[in-house]
Design a protein around this ligand. Structure first.
Ligand code: PXP
Length: 259
């Protein structure tokens, strides 16, 4: 299974001080050496981590394909067309969120999405939609003519953390839901089942399937077992491990789990 390494968190660390280090550009050769298949970055409308110059230099210098995540706002699409990354993944964006909290709301936004997808395709950029695991979203993605979908695995990761992680480390939004283990196990199986079935369904209608968000060294195995998923985009857990082990080792460790 392919690994896209999301290097946004290097810019998060830099922007905490608004200085020059660490520079996400320095990660490119390490990612390549460690066997990453793709570099993923998110150019947010508020530029809270990656800056325009980061995107320009990363896309220019990466010897791996670059997957640029951005919102469907026309100004962002115009920037993406100019930057010409290998792929653009369209994601929802709310300024108040800490991270991308859910999949793209396709229903009711089709005209805007159609225009964005058409523009990107005219610039020979592959397009992916970051969606919740929901059959209606898969069908709409197919109708919109994109090559890829990326399933949001946040719900799976949250249930996994509640079941097997320490409660103190469980994300705030679900901490209060101290559900019985049996219920959590059922929820986890159900979510995995949904991801499995929808990945098969998407692949059978010609969509290429990626997945990501909240995946880490503990919870990734069950997702790797879903054959129809070709690629995972993983950021936070890899960069977190790299603080202690170094980026190269952190990527090597994740790659080993994806074999
Ligand atoms: N895929 C998409 C579309 C994302 O927006 C993100 C970051 O939120 C990721 C994957 C990686 O998520 P994480 O940093 O939790 O691994």
């Amino acid at each position: 299974m392919l690994l896209g390494v999301n290097i946004d968190h290097i810019a998060v660390l830099r922007e905490a001080r608004r200085i020059a280090d660490p520079d996400p550009l320095d990660a490119l050769s390490i990612c390549k050496r460690a066997g990453a298949d793709q570099i993923t970055i998110h150019l947010r409308e508020d530029r809270r981590h990656m800056q325009d110059e980061d995107a320009v230099h990363i896309i220019k210098h990466a010897s791996l394909p670059v997957n640029l995540e951005c919102a469907i706002a026309p100004e962002m699409i115009a920037i993406a067309c100019e930057l010409k990354p290998h792929r653009v993944t369209l994601v929802p964006e709310k300024r108040e969120e800490v991270t991308t909290e859910g999949g793209l709301a396709i229903l009711g936004r089709q005209p805007l999405l159609k225009e964005a997808i058409q523009k990107l395709k005219e610039h020979e950029i592959e397009v992916s939609l970051f969606i919740d695991p929901d059959i209606a979203m898969v069908q709409k993605a197919k109708e919109l003519g994109v090559e890829w979908i990326e399933f949001h695995t946040g719900k799976y990761a949250n249930i996994y953390a509640m079941l097997y992680g320490s409660l103190a480390k469980t994300p705030h939004s679900i901490k209060e839901l101290e559900l019985p283990r049996k219920t959590l196990k059922g929820m986890l199986e159900e979510e995995l089942d949904t991801l499995h079935q929808l990945s098969n369904e998407a692949a059978s209608i010609g969509l290429r399937v990626a997945a990501g968000h909240g995946l880490n060294y503990h919870n990734v195995k069950a997702i790797v077992a879903i054959e129809a998923i070709e690629e995972l985009n993983i950021g936070q857990s890899i960069i977190a491990r790299s603080v202690f082990m170094g980026l190269e080792q952190a990527i090597l460790d994740m790659k080993a789990l994806l074999l």
